[in-house]
Design a protein around this ligand. Structure first.
Ligand SMILES: [Cu+2]
Length: 234
């Protein structure tokens, strides 16, 4: 084989490798959900107001969910107030974060009562529809509907249970994004302080991945649905 042939083959293989890398990177970027930024949603040092919702059926109107029938979180984009379909959010480091979660899904008794406890928040408590609580007894919640989802950040010790809703009610939301102004929900508020720069995994700890083994597959394992990251930045 002549020298020029060998050079041509090496260059050809190199070009194939480059194309493969580019396509893989593009496929990854295309499937990764967007990150909603709360970094400049308020003056530096001011309290951040992070707003999220949990839907029994995520729908596809905003963000074009790949699995529109799955259960999911959505994060409200500051300023536009669009309910973005994602679980990735930028938060400023060492800041107080006031969180509001509108929970639209149904609920049930917990398999593990540990997740009925509020931990890791400022005061180790939360408010359910304006009323302070430290524990939700999932067999005896204020609505009698059990717990729908949790907001849990294991590395920060944060756990907040979110009460369920009565599916027989006319205003029960069956397709996201759901509207807190007109549709049945429970409203849970709490506050925590972000640590230093890093990515902190958050996850719902109710096995709510319907139709999957033990409810732990599907939405429970897919970024953008029942788990994501608090991406804390300077
Ligand atoms: Cu869940």
């Amino acid at each position: 084989m002549s020298r020029s042939w060998r050079i041509a083959i090496v260059l050809g293989l190199f070009a194939c490798a480059v194309v493969l890398v580019v396509f893989t990177a593009m496929a990854y970027i295309a499937t990764s959900p967007p990150t909603v930024s709360y970094l400049d949603s308020q003056p530096p040092g001011a309290t951040v107001h992070l707003v999220m919702q949990t839907d029994g059926v995520v729908g596809s109107a905003t963000g074009g969910a790949a699995h529109p029938t799955w259960v999911s979180y959505r994060i409200r984009t500051p300023k536009t107030h669009a309910w973005t379909h994602t679980t990735l959010v930028y938060l400023p480091a060492h800041s107080r974060i006031d969180v509001t979660i509108y929970q639209f899904d149904s609920g049930s008794p917990l398999r593990n009562q540990h997740f009925g406890m509020v931990t890791g928040t400022i005061g180790n408590d939360a408010k359910l529809n304006g009323k302070t609580f430290k524990v939700l007894n999932s067999y005896d919640t204020p609505n009698g509907q059990g717990v729908g989802h949790t907001f849990t950040v294991p590395s920060l010790g944060i756990n907040v249970p979110l009460e369920g809703n009565d599916t027989s009610k006319k205003t029960f939301c069956t397709y996201g994004p759901c509207d807190p102004a007109t549709q049945l929900h429970t409203k849970t508020t709490f506050a925590f302080t972000t640590p230093g720069v890093g990515n902190y995994r958050f996850q719902c700890f109710i096995p709510c991945g319907g139709g999957r083994y033990a409810g732990n597959g599907g939405a429970m394992q897919t970024l953008g649905y029942m788990g994501g990251f608090l991406e804390v930045r300077a």
